[in-house]
Design a protein around this ligand. Sequence first.
Ligand SMILES: [Zn+2]
Ligand SMILES: [Zn+2]
Length: 139
Amino acid sequence: MAGDEERKAELVCPRCEVRMDRVPLKAASEEGGDIVIERCPKCRGMWFDEFELDRVITAKPKELLESDKAGGAGELEDRKMKCPQCGGSMIKVKSLQNRNVTVDSCPVCYGNWLDSGRLSRLQAGEGILGGLKALFRRT
Ligand SMILES: [Zn+2]
Ligand SMILES: [Zn+2]
């Protein structure tokens, strides 16, 4: 666990450049261990490592979704951001879970940045695909 702590230390919000809070999610533990995501205390955006976003969407952690909805800072400036994990330039992609939601994705480390409010919207679009995704996930 110590190694994990180190690896995840000091991630900085790509928008506000303040240190993000680590948010451990117990609800996701069924699929291979706890997830720790990073959340910006200022803009409430969230950072997910590769695979974490999928797992969070599956796990539907209530507290996270509630804070996500509550924290909506309205439409944020749409600008290019640097990956908080590796410093690469993130690209905007339409989420597979909900094509109406844009996710900032890092092509280098495959992490994902969600502005506040986006997670709830992703979750809302999961209904149709949820069953299919559960099937494909059995690897
Ligand atoms: Zn921020
Ligand atoms: Zn990256």
